[in-house]
Design a protein around this ligand. Structure first.
Ligand SMILES: NC(=O)C1=CN([C@@H]2O[C@H](COP(=O)(O)OP(=O)(O)OC[C@H]3O[C@@H](n4cnc5c(N)ncnc54)[C@H](O)[C@@H]3O)[C@@H](O)[C@H]2O)C=CC1
Ligand SMILES: Nc1nc(=O)c2c([nH]1)NC[C@@H]1CN(c3ccc(C(=O)N[C@@H](CCC(=O)O)C(=O)O)cc3)CN21
Length: 276
């Protein structure tokens, strides 16, 4: 049985066709919300794919919400498209566009507006956050957990760090299922640029080294998530894999994997597991 897997996608032009061509209806999708896109784009693509029959989890960035009416509109659209789960984050906007400057008040309003019927993921940071102190992040998770149904981790390249983080949450009394955020197969240069931008430094440095293990992870010029996924699979405290696909949805053949074991990514995207 495959480990439960969700695929994160960016609502860029043509994404609905791209998903339909490459992803079966049984795969759960999560839809990024980038500051320069706004939530409208996230919701438009989510509603389209939800209406087609996909399970879609839109990301709602608190700082990108203009007012409460926008949030109730989003929840109405979710209802129409059969969306029963969202992912709520503070978001990368420097200044809030409206009344919400972090995830908690958005979660509170969602719970109130939906009578507690909307499932909600929140973010976890196995390597910390570049501008939020580690203790503040734990405090935030403790405050949010009663309104949330799962934690999704920031991209990380190191299995022990992710497992330690899941154990830390348990010790701190946060008992939500943890989805391990793993980068999909993308060109290494793109991955380094993005990871630097979102501040996931240390485990990436490990990837850039030239040791045998780093070489195993970086087959040719592409990053391969296969080894990391294998190390996380069926570990206690890990609900499944949250794959940051960067819209790389066609089953890119992975050189190393093709010559040794079977590449995992195409299988992850086909989503053999349904209980996710
Ligand atoms: N992990 C992911 O998938 C994503 C993460 N983010 C990051 O999430 C950060 C915070 O969001 P959550 O984890 O939901 O925390 P949160 O919204 O629950 O806030 C936790 C703490 O961080 C502070 N905070 C929130 N957003 C901030 C920001 N942009 N700059 C400085 N401090 C901020 C809050 O005041 C609070 O003290 C954003 O800054 C952004 O970098 C954004 C989009 C996706
Ligand atoms: N701080 C933070 N912000 C995020 O948005 C975010 C995280 N962390 N962690 C996990 C994922 C990774 N995310 C990302 C990051 C970059 C792109 C990306 O491809 N950006 C392109 C522009 C894409 C477009 O405009 O269509 C770029 O060139 O930066 C997508 C998702 C979203 N999530």
């Amino acid at each position: 049985m495959m480990f439960p897997t969700r695929i994160e996608i960016i609502p860029s032009a043509g994404i609905v066709d791209q998903v339909q061509a490459n992803v079966p209806l049984t795969t759960t999708l999560t839809m990024t919300c980038l500051p320069h896109h706004g939530i409208e784009r996230t919701m438009r693509a989510s509603v389209e794919l939800g209406t087609l029959g996909y399970k879609v989890i839109p990301h709602l960035a608190a700082r990108s919400i203009h007012d409460r009416a926008e949030l109730t509109g989003i929840l109405r659209d979710c209802d129409v498209a059969g969306i029963n789960e969202v992912f709520v984050i503070g978001g990368d906007r420097k200044n809030p566009a409206g009344p919400y400057d972090s995830a908690l008040p958005v979660l509170e309003d969602i719970a109130q507006y939906t009578g507690g019927m909307m499932r909600a993921g929140v973010a976890g940071y196995p390597e910390g956050h570049p501008s939020v102190a580690a203790l503040d992040l734990i405090d935030a998770l403790q405050a949010k957990q009663h309104l949330a149904t799962s934690v999704v981790t920031q991209m990380c390249f190191d299995a022990p760090k992710i497992l330690d983080f899941a154990a830390l949450l348990r010790r701190e009394g946060v008992n939500l299922p943890v989805w391990a955020g793993v980068a999909g197969s993308v060109p290494r240069t793109k991955l380094v640029a993005l990871a630097t931008k979102i501040g996931v430094g240390s485990s990436l440095k490990f990837l850039s080294r030239k040791g045998p293990l780093a070489r195993k992870l970086l087959s040719g010029d592409r990053y391969s998530p296969d080894a990391l996924v294998a190390a996380l699979e069926n570990q206690p405290g890990i609900a499944g894999i949250h794959l940051y696909s960067f819209n790389n949805l066609d089953a890119v053949p992975n050189e190393a994997a093709a010559s040794s074991t079977k590449a995992l990514q195409p299988e992850l995207i086909r989503g053999a597991a349904r209980d996710n």
